[in-house]
Write a protein that binds this ligand. Structure first.
Ligand code: DX5
Ligand code: ZN
Length: 224
């Protein structure tokens, strides 16, 4: 599977969002990651469909939308309408998550499913026919700039084995504290979709940070 790199715009400078997006584009990212927080599912509020729509106007890079919200079913149509290419609800949302991912698929958008660091990876098995990717959080969701939880590497390995057994074509995404320092190990363990906020947008050279992250990830593929 090809490696996908997705800079998370949560760490971008919203006063000069377009400049930051242009800079990141020069590093050839595969997606821009949009973190949606409702102040209820997580203890922070970020932005909604309006900003996703603006992103859609600003760039041709596909948008993956991470829904850290209590009521995903209510807002999914708005994010589809705003131009999301891939939508990642949380498995812990107090909803029938099978129905949630089905709703994403029914609206013609690709679906993933997200797991918090304390959620058993086995929970994804009943959803595997509905998703193309499983997103493992490597921090507690809610804020950018947190430290990577090292146990995530073992979780990626366990999830990869589980996917190989049930549906090998499903990908593994990792989000939170991802950087050059852990990208190689993550890919070696089986990840193929790396999301990074501060490692990209807080770097002195944003385009170079995207390229370096990809290079570190590709090294994990070479010596697997
Ligand atoms: C955290 C968000 C992440 C965040 C990652 O709740 O889901 O996408 O933006 O930021 P870094 O890479 O700085 O941990
Ligand atoms: Zn995220």
């Amino acid at each position: 599977m090809d490696i996908a790199i997705a800079p998370s715009i949560l760490s971008a400078d919203f006063g000069r969002l377009e400049d930051d997006i242009r800079a990141a584009e020069r590093g050839s990212p595969d997606y821009f990651h949009c973190d949606i927080m409702d102040g209820h599912f997580v203890p922070n509020i970020s932005f909604g469909p309006m900003v996703v729509r603006k992103m859609r106007e600003l760039t041709d890079v596909p948008l993956d939308v991470h829904l850290m919200i209590t009521d995903p079913d209510r807002y999914i149509p708005a994010f589809v309408e705003a131009g999301a290419s891939l939508i990642y609800p949380h498995i812990e949302a107090p909803h029938d998550v099978y129905r949630t991912v089905q709703l994403v698929n029914d609206l013609g958008v690709r679906a993933g499913i997200t797991l918090n660091p304390g959620t058993p990876v086995e929970w994804v098995v009943p959803l595997l026919d509905q998703v193309e990717s499983v997103l493992l959080m490597s921090v507690c969701p809610g804020f950018g700039g947190q430290e990577f939880i090292p146990g995530t590497i073992a979780r990626v390995r366990r999830l990869r084995a589980l996917l190989d057994e049930h549906r090998p074509e499903v990908g593994i995404a990792v989000d939170g504290g991802v950087s050059e320092a852990n990208a190689t190990d993550l890919v070696r363990a089986g990840a193929d979709f790396l999301i990074a906020g501060s490692a990209v947008f807080r770097a002195p050279d944003i385009a170079e940070a995207v390229r370096r992250l990809r290079a570190a990830a590709e090294r994990g593929k070479e010596n697997k």
